[in-house]
Structure formats: C-alpha cells, structure tokens
Design a protein. Structure first.
Lengths: 336, 303
C-alpha cells in the first residue's frame, strides 16, 4: 500500500507542475501584453506602460517569471483581482463554500435517489420498471442542464411560485458567515425563517446540478449490482435461505458500492463544470459564476487563479478516490 | 501469384465484412432504444440537409407584426408560425430547423478532429512507449485536470468567442479520452502474435500502427465517438448559452436559449423548444451509443 501511495503521489507532482504552467501560460498567450490587457480600453501612456511592465516583472526572462509565479502560487499568492483589487486567493475562498455547499447537496441528492433506483432496477432486470428507470436515467444523462434549470424556474418559481428564482437566501436575513454553508449558518443565526429560506433557495440548484451525477450513479449502481448478483457468493447467500432484502441490501450492495464510490468521486469535474452553468442560471454566488463573470470582465488574474485552484481541487479529489479505491481493492494496488 | 488466388482472397474479405455488418446489426437491433435513436438521428440529419426546402421562413427573417406569437395551438397563435415567434418576430420552427445544422456540424467536426488527433497521439504513445509515452500521458493528465466546460470556456476566452473557436476548444478538451483509449488498446494488442508476425515480416512502423493494429482497437473508439458527439453538442450549446459560442443572430440552439432567457416567465415556447431540440438530439445519439456498445463490445457486458 505504501508503495502504491508513493507511486500515485509521484504521478501527481508533474501534473501539478504542468497545471501551473498551463495557468501561467494562459495570460501570456492572450493577444497583447499583460499590461495592455489590464489597462483595458482606457489605454496607457508609453512611460506608464514601461513602468508597469517593470513593476510586475514582465520585462524579465519568461522562465524567471514562471518560477516567481510558481513559488508565490505555492505560498497562496495568486495575484490581485483587477476588478475588486482584492487577492484572488481570498476571493476564491470567500466564494468557494457556496459552490461546495451546492455540490455536496447535489451529490447527496444524486446518491440518495440514484443508488436505490439502480438497485431497484437491477433486481427487476428487464421488467418495465427497470426500463422506465434506465430510460429516465438516459434522459437525465442527456440533459442540457442550463435548459433544465430554466424549465424548473418556469414551473416552480413562475407558475407555482414555490421557490425563489435566484441567490442563496432572502435579503430579509442577514448574519455573519460562520461556516460559509448557508444551511448551517442560517440555523446558527437563530433567526426565524432563515433556514427555510436558505433551503428553498437551494432546492432547484441542487436538483439541476445533481441531475447528471444522479443519472450516472443510477446507471453505474445498476450495472455493478447486476454483476455482483451473478456471483457465486450471492447464490450461496440465497441458498442459505437469507431474505432477498438481506442478500441484496447487505451482501451484494457492499461489493457493488466499490465502483459506484469511484464513480461518485470522479463526478467532481462534472460537478464543477455543471456549477458554472447552474450558478449562472440561479445567480448563485459561487466560483462557477465568479469564473464566468471574471472571463467577461476580462479579470485575467482571477481567471488564472480560479483555473489553477479548480484544477488542484479536481486533482486532489481524484487522488483521494484512487487511494481509497486502492485501499478497498487490493487488485488495483498491485497492478504495474 | 495467379489472379484467381487474389480474387478469392478479396471475396472472402467482402463476405467477411458483410457478415460482420450483419452480426453487428443483429446485436444493434436487439436494443429497441438504439434503433429508435438511430431513426431519430437520421431524421435530424435529413432536416439539417433539407433545411432550405422545409423551413417555412428564413432563419433571420423578422416579422415585426408578429413578435412573441405563441404556437398555433394556443390562443393568439398564427398558422404562419407553427411553433410561434421569438422576441424580434423570427419563426421558431425555421430557426430550430436551421439550428440542427449547427449542432450536427459541431458534433461531426469535433469528433473527427478529436478522434484523428487523439488516435494518432495514442498510437504513438502506446507504440513507442518509454519517455514519449510518459510525456504524452502526463500532458493528457493535465488537460483532464480541468473540468471540460471550464477549459473550453477559457480557451474560447483566449481565442475569441465564435462557433469555430468553440469547436476547436471542445475538440482539444475531448481528445485526451481518445488518446487514453487508443493507448490502452495498443498496449493490449502490441504483444499479440499477429503483431509480432507482421513485424518479423518486415512491416514498417507506420503501416503496423495504422493498418495492422488500429482496426483491432476500433470498438471502444467507435463507442467513444458516439459519446463525444453528444457531449460536443451539449458543450457547444452550453458555450452558446454563456455567450461564448455561436453569436447571435446565428440560430444555434444554445445561443437561442441565451437570447430567450429574459422571456422565461412570459413566453414559454422560446425557452422550451430549443432546449427540447438539444435534449432529443443528444438523447437519440446516446441511445445509439448504448446500442453500439452492446453490439461492438461484448466485453463491456450487456446491462
């Protein structure tokens, strides 16, 4: 296991360096030099331009600039936003809890609905409930989620008036963020109605962001379950006269969950991509919307920093998933 | 060698192909959803090809007397505009019909480019191995560390928003999947006897790569192609929706949705219909993809 750990972590270091190079290169490959980009449409005098080039170190050799960037990034210095002038690092971590809360809720939603649906479909293979569930899952998998969000807004916010259209909580409530999770903070604040307001804001985005992971989890659970159900030990368990619920729910489920957990872990990239769209539709103040806004505002340091941070998050989660998988499945550990 | 011998050789081969196709169709048609998907997809292709003939109006033709007309079956509907009109009086049906061209075009180009580049790189990585392989695979890891839509978005921000650049960005984001699949397949095939035999017979490396090994790695690649066709359509629509893909007044479905956003509570049809078009097209391709997987890759198990 130790060897596997070392090897896997050894793999991530060149990838991390590559990601920093990609993020570093991002500002350099844009047409025009960085100072002109930052000056934007206002323009800048040649003297000021030269001074700024020197101040930011753009006149030094490119590799020196890169090493500077690399080591300050390691130390958490991602530069300052051009719009708010605040450190990108701080901006990112102010907004990140909102995205994390939404993503966690989406995953919980996907698992709570997807796993039972997959198990149910697997135990009734070929029947009409199975076909209906898998058909629905394929529709979910094919869903353009930005449209799905708009549809839900039309139905639940427009026609029925049940849920708010945008934001994380009603403007009536205000309290200092403690955890950054609106659901928890609203409870801690003790204000009446704050929690239900936060919850009602969260429901539609959760469904929208959770739809594709839900479909993937349901499909994966079903196929993993089918595979496990045909194994000898399950037949033995059945032959011993155990109840079907126990055979499926305890004996089979444990092994079927291994690939499903991996799948859930690998959804993090899907979730962050989905967060871009979901947060844009619901004006959810998270990093997805922040990235899109930064791109449109030409706030390149923010885009660069966000890109790097998101890649690091994806890499870290993938690493954890791999390690967990190696932990539960010895066959993976010993290959190669 | 006599001519007759060559003839027989070609003969067996053609019946072989026919038999293969027949077998393929046998397994493919067992999956009812896949057949429905195929028919729908063919339908969309026909609509795209014949758009000039079947669209009742031009895609950017504005009827100033008929802004936001609802579909015919609703009060205030107009028989001239079967599915209603948008905020500047353009016929929804015609725009949807022309929009199919963009989505299919995006899918075809992205899959072709991503596959051609990805397969070549994958063959090189798997075939040469060593440092080249390591370098290529680390590069692919880097690309895969970014969520696909985010990377596409940033690439478009660099290249400038347009449909062409959106396609380039999506193709770049998608090709690592082909590289990985091809490399894995090549590694599996590389040490088999027929490859060794070909090597011993003096087959040159390029021919060995593309002619001897590649055909035996096709099954997972074809399945991946179907998958990435639908992903490409979704991503292009998403970019269009965010204002980073096709630009107005192009009747691209995602772009249409973006323009329709402000009317969501007033005119359901301008929002619902383009999205439905995207969903149905993507669904049809995914259904086909499932059928292809069942038919081509028995190892991936029926499920």
């Amino acid at each position: 296991m130790f060897q596997f750990l070392i090897r896997r972590i050894g793999l991530i270091i060149p990838t991390f360096i590559g990601v920093t190079i990609a993020a570093f290169a991002f500002i350099r490959v844009l047409p025009g030099d960085p100072v002109l980009l930052m000056a934007g449409e206002r323009g800048v005098t040649p003297e000021r331009h030269a001074a700024l080039m020197k101040q930011f170190g753009f006149d030094r050799p490119i590799y020196e600039q890169y090493f500077d960037y690399f080591f300050s990034a390691l130390g958490g210095d991602l530069g300052n936003s051009l719009v708010t002038k605040k450190p990108v690092w701080d901006e990112f971590f102010t907004l990140f809890p909102a995205t994390l809360e939404l993503s966690v809720c989406a995953i919980i939603f996907a698992v709570l609905v997807g796993v039972p649906a997959g198990i149910f479909a697997a135990t009734r293979r070929g029947s009409w409930p199975d076909q209906t569930i898998m058909g629905t899952a394929l529709v979910g998998y094919s869903m353009p989620i930005f449209w799905w969000g708009l549809l839900l807004i039309i139905l639940f916010s427009g026609t029925l008036g049940w849920t708010p259209v945008s934001g994380r909580i009603s403007l009536l409530y205000f309290f200092k963020p403690v955890t950054g999770f609106m659901l928890i903070d609203s409870l801690l604040s003790g204000q009446k109605g704050a929690f239900s307001s936060a919850l009602s804001h969260l429901i539609l985005p959760t469904i929208v962001l959770g739809t594709i992971p839900l479909a993937v989890v349901a499909r994966q659970t079903r196929s993993a379950m089918l595979e496990v159900l045909s194994e000898d030990y399950v037949r033995t368990a059945r032959a011993k006269g155990l109840s079907p619920v126990r055979v499926v729910g305890v004996h089979a489920l444990r092994n079927a969950m291994i690939p499903v957990i991996t799948t859930i872990g690998l959804q993090v990239g899907v979730l962050l991509a989905g967060a871009i769209l979901t947060e844009t539709i619901f004006s959810w103040p998270g990093i997805g919307k922040w990235m899109v806004d930064s791109i449109f505002r030409r706030d390149y340091p923010s885009v660069q920093g966000g890109l790097l941070m998101i890649a690091v998050i994806v890499m870290t989660v993938n690493l954890i998933v791999d390690l967990l998988y190696g932990l539960v499945n010895p066959r993976i550990r010993h290959t190669r | 060698m006599s001519e007759q011998a060559i003839d027989t050789a070609t003969d067996t081969r053609s019946t072989g192909v026919r038999a293969m196709l027949k077998e393929f169709w046998h397994y493919f048609s067992e999956n009812r959803g896949a057949v429905i998907g195929l028919w729908f997809f063919i339908g969309v292709c026909l609509v795209a090809l014949l758009a000039d003939l079947i669209a009742p109006h031009g895609a950017t033709m504005q009827y100033r007397d008929a802004l936001l007309t609802p579909p015919v079956w609703q009060d205030g509907g107009d028989w001239r505009f079967l599915l209603g009109t948008d905020a500047v009086g353009r016929d929804m049906l015609s725009r949807l019909i022309y929009g199919s061209r963009y989505s299919l075009f995006v899918g075809c180009i992205v899959v072709t480019v991503a596959m051609a580049v990805g397969v070549t790189i994958g063959l090189i990585a798997g075939f040469i191995g060593g440092a080249v392989d390591t370098l290529i695979m680390r590069l692919m890891d880097i690309i895969l560390s970014f969520p696909s839509l985010l990377l596409a978005l940033v690439l478009v921000a660099i290249l400038g928003p347009s449909l062409t650049n959106a396609m380039v960005a999506i193709a770049i984001v998608q090709q690592p999947h082909y590289v990985r699949l091809t490399r894995a397949a090549v590694l599996g095939e590389r040490n088999k006897d027929y490859v060794t035999a070909a090597k011993v017979a003096g087959v040159r490396p390029l021919r060995l790569m593309f002619y001897t090994i590649l055909p035996n790695c096709m099954a997972p690649l074809i399945v991946q192609a179907a998958l990435s066709f639908s992903t490409a359509i979704l991503d292009a629509a998403a970019l269009g929706f965010l204002g980073m893909g096709a630009q107005p007044p192009t009747p691209e479905w995602g772009t249409m949705l973006a323009e329709a956003r402000e009317f969501i509570l007033r005119a359901w049809w301008v929002v619902t219909l383009p999205g439905l078009a995207i969903l149905l097209t993507v669904l049809a391709i995914n259904l086909m993809g499932d059928g292809l997987r069942d038919a081509l890759d028995p190892k991936l198990k029926r499920s």
